[in-house]
Design a protein around this ligand. Structure first.
Ligand SMILES: Nc1ncnc2c1ncn2[C@@H]1O[C@H](COP(=O)(O)OS(=O)(=O)O)[C@@H](OP(=O)(O)O)[C@H]1O
Length: 307
């Protein structure tokens, strides 16, 4: 009976393997449970186990899976795939008050995704429809905020109604600044493009016939750089559609002298975790924050002064 010794050899080999595996599981388990008893083995095994885990995690991620505690879950669940959504918050104005600085600071927050440039949907491209607008937005994950800034929305008569039609709970951010410095900033921008432009005072002031014994100059409130600084009329339009609690006013001046303070207000209003602080801003600026040179320079100078 030749098969008996052969079977015995094979059986013995199988037993040996099983015993070895049993021993291995025992050691692994004991080490993981009692770290004091087998400290050396524990540490070396732990290293191997964690290496194995991280490699498997990366591999699983490549296949579209993700670890969540002890269970696997599909990464491609609807809320895990970045999707383009209509904005949850808008920077609606005011032109030349620091809107760009505000958006650039907000972009530093990991839970904020903003459209690359001014979209002008509610003033110029409304006829293209909400699908067109959605397509202009960056893909966001669930929990992230989609944003856009177009300062001309502030003065567009139909914008409050249109924004309301998109989402009555949208959050609105308005940067305001001293109307005189705002007008000068506005004029300087135009003058840099048209050097032949008359002097600021010639455009901002008009001679008045209403006088008390002489010719008086009064401010020409119809001149756009001045008119844009009269905040009450557009504000009334926005407040007709949106409650005050949905609008946050940000001081353009304070955004320069204390950006961290204003950004804390903004993050609180948007329901974001406080990430943009004085410390993180300074840290980022020292590293070469991805801000435009103008915004970056003024913020850096301010933060260094405060330090
Ligand atoms: N960090 C920071 N904080 C606040 N404000 C800043 C900051 N950096 C720049 N600025 C000033 O913002 C002014 C431009 O405003 P806007 O970005 O709203 O201009 S625009 O409407 O988008 O063209 C423009 O004002 P003027 O320099 O007076 O023209 C910028 O200097």
């Amino acid at each position: 009976m030749k098969w008996i010794p052969a079977l015995t050899k094979r059986t013995m080999f199988t037993y040996f393997i099983l015993l070895f595996l049993l021993y291995l599981f025992y050691v692994l388990n004991t080490c993981l449970v009692d770290e004091r008893k087998y400290s050396f083995k524990y540490f070396s095994l732990k290293r191997h186990v964690s290496n194995y885990k991280s490699v498997s995690r990366r591999f699983a991620a490549l296949l579209g899976f993700s670890f969540n505690g002890h269970t696997y879950m599909r990464l491609h669940k609807p809320n895990m795939v970045p999707t383009k959504r209509l904005p949850d918050a808008l920077i609606i104005g005011v032109k030349k008050c620091g809107t760009r600085a505000l958006l650039e600071f907000l972009r530093l927050h990991p839970d904020v995704r903003a459209a690359g440039s001014e979209v002008h949907f509610f003033d110029k491209f409304y006829h293209k429809g909400f699908e067109w607008y959605r397509d202009k937005m960056p893909p966001t994950l669930e929990g992230q905020i989609t944003m856009e800034k177009t300062p001309s929305y502030w003065v567009t008569r139909s914008a409050p109604r249109r924004v309301y039609a998109m989402n009555p709970s949208v959050k609105l951010l308005v940067v305001v600044r001293d109307p005189v410095t705002r007008a000068i900033s506005d004029y300087t921008q135009s003058a840099s493009k048209r050097p032949s432009l008359p002097r600021f005072e010639d455009l901002a002031l008009v001679n008045s016939t209403v006088n008390w014994g002489g010719v008086w100059s009064i401010v020409d409130s119809s001149w756009p750089p001045v008119r844009l600084g009269i905040y009450t009329r557009p504000l009334r339009r926005w407040l007709r559609r949106f409650p005050r609690s949905r609008i946050l006013f940000i001081s353009g001046e304070r955004l320069v002298v204390d950006p961290a303070f204003e950004m804390a207000r903004v993050q609180d209003f948007l329901g974001l975790k406080l990430v943009i602080t004085r410390k993180t801003l300074l840290l980022q600026l020292n590293k070469g924050l991805p801000l435009s040179s103008q915004v970056g320079k003024s913020a850096h100078a301010t933060l260094l002064r405060q330090n």
